[in-house]
Each structure stands twice: as C-alpha cells, then as structure tokens.
Design a protein around this ligand. Structure first.
Ligand code: SF4
Length: 433
C-alpha cells in the first residue's frame, strides 16, 4: 500500500494519520509503486494544485491493474461528483476529516464495484493519537491543533472544503505532543488555518495561551513554533505567553494578504497597515528578536496602483524578516472570482516582481545583522564537515537554512556563530560546546 501526498503540511499530517490507522488494521504501508491500494491525498487550494492532483489520480488509475485507488482530501471535498467526472476510475473519493475511518473505507472496497463517494460536510474525526505513522525527520513534527476556518476571506476556497473551525480538544493535543516527543520530536510545529482561534468552539474562550502553557511542560519538546496567526486575535495574552514561555519560539508567521484598507475590505479582512505596524511594534517590544514573516496577495481585483504603492510603502517600513507573495488566483466559487476590475496578468506579475525586489534588500539586511552573533540551530543534515539546520527564525520547508562548518549529529542542537548573512540563508561556524 502507498500514500501519495500533495499540498501542504496539513495534508502530510492527515497522511500520517491515515497510514497509522491502516497499519493498526494490519495493512502494510510500504510505498511500493504497484501497490494493492494507492491513496492519493489531494490538494484543492488553488487551480494549479487542482491540476496536479487530477494528474496524480489519472496516473494512479492508469497504473492500478488489479489494485485499488482511493482519492482523499481537499480536492475530493471541494469538487465531489465533479472530480469523479474529471478523474474517473478510482475506487473511492473521500473528503477531509475521515482519517480515523480509513480502515473501514479500505476494508469496504473489497465488497463493491461502484466507486464510493463520501464527501459529506466535513466533521473531523481525529484519529487515535498513537496511530499516527510518522514520516520525515523524527526531531521535527507538525501537530495539527484545529481544522477549518471561521473567516470568510473573499479569495479563499479553504472554508468551503475544510469547513468551519474545529479545535482538537486540549488534552488530545497534549497527548499527541507527548506521543510525538516519544518518537523523538524536539520541535513541534503547531498548525492551524488560524492558530489564534484555537479552543473557542470547544471552550467559548480563546485557549491558545493555556495550550501553550501546557505544551511548555511537555518533556522532550524543546521548541514550539506556531503557524499561522490571524492579526486581530494576536492578543496581549498570546504575546505574553510567547514572550515568557521558554520553549515557545519568538517566530510569528502572520499572513496579512494586503495593507490598504480598501483592498482589505474587499478581501473581508481586518484592520489596515497602520494597525499592523503597531502590532509589530508591540511584538518587538515583548520579543526583541522576534522573526516576523508575512504573505501578501498582489493583483487582487480592483487593486489600483495607489493601493499597491501602499503595500510597497508598508513593506519598506515594516522591515519584516521574510515576506512571501502570490499573484491573485481567480478561484471558482469564491466572491473574488466574480468581482469587477480583475487585474491583468502582466500587471500582477510586474507588481509581484516589484514587491519581491523590495523585500530582497530588507531580508538581506536582516540576515546581515546576524553576522558576528550566534544562535541555536537544530541540525537537519550533516555532510563533509558541514551541517545544515534551522534556527528559531526558520520554519521547516518555509524559510531559509543555516549552514555551518563543523561536526554534529542530525537532530542535535548546536550553537553557530554567523559569519555571512545572505538574502535567504545564513553561513557560519559551529561554536565548540
Ligand atoms: S483566514 Fe486563511 S484559511 Fe481562513 S478564509 Fe482567510 S485566507 Fe482562508
């Protein structure tokens, strides 16, 4: 049996849970290409991801022979019957939130020739904790604390297929953190569409600070990283918890999408650039070293040159450690799809390039400021007298690397003295213990 995972870290976690449930039921998940069962865990976030997922399903169907193909995840949930038409021939099409049922789903495939279509509105049935079959580096793990999203940003498809926000109960998160620590995880990357919303649906209060306090007590865990913040819920209480709990990293990934108030209102997003700058000031006062990252969309419908200029001015002033950007993608089923004044493709590209060029100089200056200083690095790889790893500033698969000369073991923490800061990465030497 094999599981092919497309898309983001949330899908990686879902695939590990599916693999764990299937292993627990006696299936061998060995990744063989000509497997008896192939699960394609799809991504349906953007049009480009949709095409990639459809191609993967078609390939698996063409290769399946007497085996079975199960299509799972976001694209199945987003398109339902339409996906059966676009990529026919699989034995089951199952939406999100069904990880805990995969033994039943795969077991049931034996008894029917009809494709199973199970894409009810998502209700997340969290799999049993110890069933998660981990892949990737043992010392770094993602821990999903909630699913779905209660916001309705006008460009975003996620709530339509991941559903409204549903938190994993606090004791379940702690149990899972302990399980991950028992498998060697030193770095926990908590993930949610909006981590600041954690707990509200279950406890009628925003419970992130409480969760962080409990996780901070978890033996074996050394780093706790939070992905992703929503601006108007990054409260004083959350900032205080981050600043005072020793294992919680001063790393803030806060997708803002835009800063001009008119663009933000069309996006149905809160605040404006001025308030975001005040928030950053507060974060930096509480955590002077805080690494702040954001993401913007350029070329949102109706974005004028003046609105875009406000974004550039903001980027110049905010001096963030990292900025990512997307050109607006017109997604069927979202309000932004049908908005007037769609921005031409070439204008979007040109604005993207201008934004990224401006940030390149800032990222370089931010990294140069680390020259001569040292920071703790979690080693991911070692080769030929060099290590590559990540500091508190570098989320896995998102940010840059720290490269350093010297000997270490993968999974160890080392101190690195930085000698050269480049745009994306830092270079240095391991400081002998
Ligand atoms: S907060 Fe994020 S996931 Fe939620 S609707 Fe907005 S962009 Fe989508």
């Amino acid at each position: 049996m094999r599981i092919v995972t497309l898309g983001c870290a949330k899908n990686d976690v879902d695939s590990e849970e599916i693999a764990g449930v299937l292993k627990g039921a006696g299936y061998m998940v060995d990744g063989q290409q000509h497997a008896d069962v192939t699960v394609i865990n799809t991504c349906g976030f953007l049009e480009s991801a949709k095409h990639e997922s459809i191609e993967a399903i078609k390939r698996a169907v063409a290769e399946k022979g007497s085996g079975k193909v199960v299509v799972a995840g976001c694209l199945a949930q987003r398109l339902g019957e339409e996906l059966v038409r676009l990529a026919p021939g699989a034995d089951a099409y199952v939406g999100v939130g069904q990880m805990g049922r995969f033994n039943e789903i795969v077991g049931g495939l034996k008894s029917t020739q009809q494709p199973l279509l199970d894409v009810k509105p998502p209700h997340h049935r969290w799999a049993e904790v110890p069933s998660r079959a981990r892949t990737g580096r043992p010392w770094s793990a993602y821990l999903k604390v909630s699913e779905g999203c209660d916001h309705r940003c006008t460009f975003c498809t996620i709530p339509s297929f991941r559903g409204s926000h549903q938190s994993k109960p606090l004791e379940r998160v702690i149990e899972e953190a302990k399980f991950l620590a028992s498998t060697g995880a030193k770095e926990l990357n908590l993930i949610a569409q909006d981590v600041t919303q954690y707990g509200y649906d279950l406890y009628k209060e925003f419970t992130l600070p409480k969760l962080l306090k409990s996780l901070n007590e978890c033996d074996g865990v050394e780093w706790i990283r939070l992905l992703y913040f929503y601006p108007n819920r990054l409260t004083d209480e959350v900032i205080e918890a981050m600043a005072t709990l020793d294992k919680v990293l001063p790393y803030v990934d806060i997708p803002l999408q835009h800063v001009h108030p008119d663009t933000l209102r069309r996006m149905k997003r809160p605040w404006d650039g001025e308030r975001y700058l005040k928030l950053f000031e507060k974060l930096r006062q509480a955590m002077p070293e805080a690494a702040i990252r954001t993401t913007f969309i350029v070329g949102f419908p109706g974005e004028t040159e003046q609105e875009f200029q406000a974004l550039l001015d903001f980027v110049r002033e905010a001096r963030l450690d990292r900025v990512g950007a997307f050109t607006f993608s017109r997604e069927a089923g979202t309000p932004a799809h049908d908005m007037a004044a769609q921005v031409p493709f070439l204008t979007k590209r040109e604005r993207y390039d201008r934004l990224m060029r401006m940030q390149a100089g800032i990222s370089l200056a931010k990294n140069k400021a680390w020259e001569g200083r040292s920071l703790t690095v979690l080693v991911d790889e070692c080769k030929d007298g060099w290590i590559s790893g990540r500091s508190f500033r570098d989320a896995p698969e998102i940010d840059g690397w720290v490269y350093a000369s010297g000997e270490a073991t993968p999974g160890a923490f080392v101190e690195v003295c930085v000698t050269d800061g480049r745009e994306h990465d830092l270079y240095g030497e391991i400081v002998p213990a």
